[in-house]
Write a protein that binds this ligand. Structure first.
Ligand code: CMC
Length: 431
């Protein structure tokens, strides 16, 4: 197939600029507009980045029309069926699935780094008792940049690797500590004989006063959810990590910026917003009135957990999670959960409604994940921290990919200025 060729023409004077195509392995090519300002004295304008690639990347591929999501070339459904989250984390970080020895070494390294510095635990006490766990997560992960001065050379592959393992290992410990702080319970130390998700559940739900046994089905469900959330190419939080990281900042600070971006309800905060919406609707009989409000855009009300910037057909993660949701609720004897019933009713109505069909709005990953989290006993304000734990793998992988690239430049977008023209300052007594 021949490479497409494009040019930009200034219609006023006929000046023409050829735009080189930047090809990848799958999906559309990118047009290199880097010289547009220099040669034609205009900017390209794309708020929200609907048509703009900010980078090349070899980590994750999405085809939004076909509902395809590949990590390093592997379909996410196959990974969810055959692999553990830690195996997928290795794949995302290193580009290939591990063999048994590589997996064991990686798993051991992650298990070894799960503890956090004792002084870091004191940071949680500085937060008000009712601080949102995402606020604590953002602050405490940012504080990690005050530790680990032994590995701050972003250009050293070994330093980057140690950062990656520390970050992935410690984020569940920090999230669990935020949970414990919220409930006023003592922090639980990690138990390194447990796998990643069992350890997280133990740190969240065990108390020192009595034994706690992790439900393997709950741990497995979490593991699958984490695989589905592990990466999603240049989404808002990953782009934030890349942008912060492009300045050469401390990588823990870059991850903290990603956590902050994830918190918003248009992104990772949607799982919490879905549950709040279900609570607000309350009963199946209120669904038609709520749907009318959504369609009339009353006060900007949206059907949370629906729609996606990239997926315009279906979200492949939602398909897997929907199935997982039914399985978990059945296992826990909660298949008649009224909120699940409500969610199914909303889904049924939305999928057959012209408003949603015309705008290609389908359930996304967050529509079901909250229902599973709730069934597992995870409180609503911990839903987004759960997403953050899983997405840490993607953030770290993207940061490493970016800083290892010798052509990396600081990300510095431009703007179309709409403010006042140049004017002179009038003295204070004359204004
Ligand atoms: N409910 C009702 N209408 C919607 C929704 C929704 N959830 N999402 C989009 N629309 C409408 C929107 O009003 C607009 O209508 P019109 O053409 O009449 O102006 C049209 O669909 C296009 O919407 P948009 O806001 O331009 O689309 P976007 O690509 O900028 O936004 C989105 C994508 C995910 C932010 C948006 O669909 C949304 O707010 N969804 C609800 C929040 C949510 O579930 N977010 C999780 C995303 S998946 C996990 C993740 O990435 O973190």
């Amino acid at each position: 197939m021949s490479t497409p060729s494009f040019s930009l023409v200034n219609n006023a004077n006929g000046e023409k600029l050829d735009l080189p195509a930047v090809g990848g392995t799958l999906g559309p090519v990118g047009l290199d507009v880097g010289k547009v300002y220099d040669k034609l004295d205009v900017f390209t304008y794309d708020p929200g980045f609907s048509s703009t690639c900010s980078t090349k990347s070899a980590i994750t591929y999405i085809d939004g029309d076909q509902g395809v999501l590949l990590y390093r070339g592997y379909p996410v459904a196959q990974l969810a069926e055959h692999c553990s989250f830690i195996e997928v984390a290795y794949l995302i970080l290193n580009g290939e699935l591990p063999n048994a020895a590589q997996l064991q070494a990686f798993d051991q390294s992650i298990r070894k780094h799960t503890m956090i510095n004792e002084s870091l635990k004191g940071f949680f006490g500085g937060f008000r008792y009712d601080a949102h766990p995402m606020a604590m997560l953002t602050g405490v992960v940012g504080s990690l940049s005050a530790f680990y001065h032994d590995t701050t050379n972003n250009k050293d592959p070994r330093h980057r690797e140690i950062f990656a393992h520390r970050m992935i290992a410690k984020i569940p410990t920090i999230a669990a500590a935020a949970y414990k702080r919220y409930f006023g319970q003592p922090f639980m130390y990690p138990q390194n004989h447990l796998d990643y998700c069992s350890n997280l559940l133990h740190m969240m739900f065990a108390v020192p006063a009595e034994p706690y046994h992790v439900d393997p089905i709950a741990a497995k469900a979490l593991d699958v959810l984490f695989i589905l959330h592990a990466d999603h190419e240049q989404n808002a939080s990953t782009s934030t990590v890349r942008m912060a990281g492009s300045t050469g900042t401390n990588p823990y600070a870059a991850i903290a910026s990603g956590i902050a971006a994830l918190w918003g309800p248009a992104h990772g905060g949607a799982n919490e917003a879905v549950l709040k919406m279900l609570e607000e609707i309350g009963d199946v009989k209120h669904v038609p009135a709520f749907m009318q409000k959504v369609k009339d855009k009353v006060d900007g009300v949206r059907l949370m957990g629906f729609g996606h910037r990239v997926y315009k057909n279906f979200d492949p993660r939602a398909t897997i999670i929907r199935e997982q949701c039914h399985k978990v609720l059945k296992h826990l004897g909660k298949e008649n959960d009224p909120q699940l019933e409500l969610a199914m009713k909303l889904e049924e109505i939305a999928l057959s409604d012209d408003y949603f069909k015309a705008r290609k709005l389908y359930p996304n990953v967050d529509f079901y994940s909250g229902i599973i989290y709730k069934a597992l006993g995870i409180p609503v304000n911990m839903f987004t921290p759960m997403f953050a734990i899983a997405r840490t793998v993607g953030w770290v992988a993207h940061w490493i990919e970016m800083v290892s690239d010798p052509t990396m430049r600081i990300a510095r977008p431009r703007q179309v200025y709409t403010g006042a023209g140049e004017r002179s300052v009038t003295a204070l007594d004359k204004r």
